[in-house]
Design a binder for this molecule. Structure first.
Ligand SMILES: Nc1ncnc2c1ncn2[C@@H]1O[C@H](COP(=O)(O)OP(=O)(O)OP(=O)(O)O)[C@@H](O)[C@H]1O
Ligand SMILES: O=c1ccn([C@@H]2O[C@H](COP(=O)(O)O)[C@@H](O)[C@H]2O)c(=O)[nH]1
Ligand SMILES: [Mg+2]
Length: 243
């Protein structure tokens, strides 16, 4: 039964279909949760009231985007410790699902192994729960949204947009070099999967960055150089924000 549901999700997911699927087609395929106890909008209302600071505002939300190996996770850790952000990594949330040993976890593992994108109804729900369980007033969402369909689902369900989008711009050869020497035992850190992830990044992730650029929300950071050098540029940006 679960298998059947997961298979049908996979078939319906524009993000997990081939890289060749058109960006415009994706925009018209908004996936909505099939299993939510309450309508998503109501759940989200609860999210933003439970995350509220004393003044009742929702948390400050920053999406952190960039190619595989561009240094998102590394820089997010430093932003979190220096600027009091909670760090929500969408990839880590999915890997936790895999560790849980469920059918859904097995299915996610196959998608990650192939460098494709997990359907929004799974990822948005994981990200939502992670934000909800955090008490922070500032949240970094690392590695999400991965495609326009993810973005549209998040914005529709939460009724909100990120306050800021950080984009780590790194040349492909540098990203490949970093991933191949990461040594964390990730199933997707091999050259075959890395090539697929890079294609997905270019065709599906970059349109999200372009969308937020057009809305004046994206800040591009040169992600070459040492971790310290990159963090200097990040620090300047965050220090200039009124958080
Ligand atoms: N500026 C840097 N110079 C050299 N190596 C780096 C730099 N920043 C990060 N690294 C290393 O590169 C690898 C990838 O970094 P990180 O995991 O932060 O990237 P990521 O963007 O989160 O990747 P992914 O999308 O695969 O999760 C790690 O081993 C990290 O230690
Ligand atoms: O929103 C997301 C985030 C991640 N994925 C899948 O996980 C892997 C690894 O993600 P990292 O951010 O690099 O840790 C990614 O290649 C996707 O397969 C996803 O589907 N949706
Ligand atoms: Mg990462």
């Amino acid at each position: 039964m679960l298998r059947r549901r997961l298979t049908s999700l996979l078939l319906r997911s524009p993000c997990s279909s081939s890289v060749a699927s058109s960006y415009h087609q994706q925009q018209h395929h908004l996936l909505l949760p099939t299993h939510a106890e309450k309508p998503p909008a109501l759940n989200l209302l609860r999210l933003f009231t439970s995350l509220a600071g004393t003044d009742g505002d929702r948390p400050f939300i920053a999406f952190v985007l960039g190619g595989p190996g561009s240094g998102k996770g590394t820089q997010c850790s430093r932003i979190a410790s220096d600027f009091g952000f909670s760090h929500v990594s969408a990839g880590d949330l999915l890997r936790n699902e895999i560790s849980s040993g469920t059918d859904q976890g097995e299915w996610i593992l196959e998608i990650i192994r192939e460098g494709r994108i997990v359907p929004s109804e799974i990822t948005v729900e994981l990200v939502r729960k992670a934000i909800e369980s955090s008490t922070a007033k500032r949240v970094l969402i690392d590695g999400f949204p991965r495609c326009e369909e993810n973005r549209i689902a998040f914005e529709k369900i939460t009724g909100t947009e990120p306050d800021l989008v950080l984009f780590f711009d790194c040349p492909e050869d540098e990203m490949v070099k970093r991933l191949l020497s990461r040594n964390q035992g990730r199933v997707d850190d091999n050259i075959e999967t890395i090539k697929k992830r890079l294609k997905v990044f270019e065709s599906l992730n970059l349109p999200v960055v372009e969308y937020y650029s057009s809305r004046g929300k994206a800040h591009k950071i040169n992600a070459t150089g040492t971790e310290d050098e990159i963090f200097e540029a990040v620090r300047k940006l965050f220090s200039s924000l009124r958080l």
